[in-house]
Ligand binder design. Structure first.
Ligand code: ADP
Ligand code: ASP
Ligand code: MG
Length: 445
């Protein structure tokens, strides 16, 4: 069994959906096919929800009409037969009736908003399954809402997912292709919820881990993980092989090609993850495993924005017993993960990417420490590779490349795979470009 996930751009046009059928059927093995919403749909649904949150039904209705027109065109171009077209039209009509019923509620709330945004994946998977059936393929739709669960902290419940998924899959043993939704899940209140933006990658990995699949393939619009952010940096190239640890660092620290948590479930079960390009299926892409042949020192760079740096001074001595524990207790209490940390004798600096609870965190820290003003709008630049502890010269190469840019923090030595720098976001693009030009050998990518 393999798990193949197709992102928004890979299903966003009728001809792309048709080519996905060719891809998944060209290869004989059984597959779970995980789909995102058609590109633009999740944003459109969130925008409808946002109008409804402001109780602006008129605006929401206009947006719903516009989205409906898009889906109507889509089904006309997708199906070949009268019967197929009828099934597509029924799917769209039913889901848009539901969307309109949400829009007509008197008190539209967060719970309804989660139902709203789920419609993107619910429609894409129904349409693809109907199209596959029209084409005579052996296919069944399995609902992610029947197996994908998160706990109160929004974390996936691995054991529950594995148990429920196996039940669902066993019932469809005679089918070659099982289609399911990425992104959506149920929470402990049994309500519809989701795995956050870009979460379909995470769904695919959770499913691949739960089924102990042969391989998880993430199909997107680029030929694998590039050595740097192709949206920012001019000259980038695909990295052919990555270790789980390296890919996890890159995803966590901002490589948008993967949801930040994607690698964990695959790594846990040792399932290889392959990144492939729907627009160029022959391209080798990137393979992510626990063992690689290519021992390049510096592999790739990623950057994560919206970081806040917090500077904490001990009123006595930092190394007094228990000071750091008290600091971490505060972050734990507010369920806020810390990304980077550096210490001196009397101070500690740390970064967070979720500043929702920042005021409460600051108030608690002030009970026993002095705080400097926080630095907002910072970016973590994460350089990933094989930085074995006894190797000399890597730090100097990195710092030399960015010597013209003010560096707020440096994190080195915690992992053999990651060196991180904190810079003001206004310097991020320049830093990424400078690192790119200085750290990679473009003659031998
Ligand atoms: P999908 O809709 O298939 O999930 P995404 O837009 O989420 O696709 O992810 C693919 C995009 O990620 C690429 O088009 C690219 O612009 C962006 N990206 C950012 N960093 C990287 C990187 N290091 N390597 C490859 N793509 C990256
Ligand atoms: N459709 C969701 C999003 O746009 C999930 C995904 O595409 O991975 O965030
Ligand atoms: Mg994505």
């Amino acid at each position: 069994m393999q798990v193949w996930k197709f992102g928004g751009t890979s299903v966003g046009k009728p001809e792309r959906m048709k080519s996905i059928r060719n891809l998944v059927t060209a290869d004989a093995g059984k597959k779970v096919v995980v789909l995102s919403a058609l590109s633009g749909s999740t944003n459109a649904l969130l925008s409808i929800g946002e109008s409804l949150m402001r109780a602006n039904k008129e605006e929401a209705t206009l947006k719903i009409d516009e989205l409906l027109a898009h889906y109507e065109q889509f089904v006309h171009a997708l199906f070949a037969s009268e019967e197929g077209l009828k099934s597509g039209k029924t799917i769209v009509a039913n889901e848009f009736n539901f969307i309109r019923s949400l829009a007509n509620l008197n008190h539209y709330n967060q719970k309804h908003d989660k139902q709203m945004v789920a419609q993107g994946e619910i429609m894409s998977t129904q349409l693809f399954t109907a199209y596959m059936k029209e084409q005579g393929e052996s296919v069944a739709l399995i609902s992610a809402l029947d197996f994908m669960r998160i706990d109160v902290d929004g974390e996936p419940e691995l054991a529950v997912i594995a148990e429920k998924l196996k039940e669902v899959v066993d019932k469809q043993a005679d089918k070659q292709i099982l289609v399911t939704q990425g992104f959506i899940c149920r929470n402990p209140r049994n309500e519809i919820d989701n795995l956050k933006r870009g979460g379909s990658d995470y769904s695919a990995s959770l499913i691949g881990g739960a089924l102990e699949a042969e391989e998880i393939q993430i199909w997107t619009d680029i030929d694998g993980m590039h050595n740097n952010d192709p949206r920012v940096v001019k000259r980038t190239f695909p990295v052919r092989e990555l270790l789980f640890e390296e890919a996890a660092e890159l995803a966590y620290f901002g490589a948008k090609i993967l949801h930040p948590s994607t690698i964990t479930p695959a790594k846990l079960k040792g399932v290889p993850v392959r990144l492939k390009n729907t627009m160029d299926p022959e391209a080798p892409g990137t393979v992510i495993t626990s063992k690689i042949s290519n021992q390049v020192e510096i592999k790739a760079i990623a950057a994560k924005d919206n970081i806040t740096a917090i500077y904490i001074h001990s009123m006595r001595m930092l190394n007094a017993y228990g000071f750091l524990r008290r600091v971490f207790d505060v972050f734990e209490k507010h369920k806020t993960p810390v990304d980077m940390i550096t210490t001196s004798e009397v101070s500690v600096a740390m970064t967070i990417d979720n500043s929702e609870r920042l005021d409460a965190i600051s108030a608690d820290l002030k009970q026993f420490a002095e705080l400097e003003e926080h630095d907002r709008n910072q970016s973590i630049i994460c350089i990933v590779g094989n930085f074995l502890a006894d190797k000399a010269g890597i730090a100097i190469r990195i710092l030399e490349a960015v010597k013209h840019i003010p560096i707020r923090m440096i994190s080195y030595g915690a992992s053999e795979h990651n060196i991180s720098l904190l810079v003001d976001s206004k310097h991020k693009n320049e830093a990424l470009e400078a690192l790119n030009e200085n750290l990679f050998d473009f003659d031998q990518p």
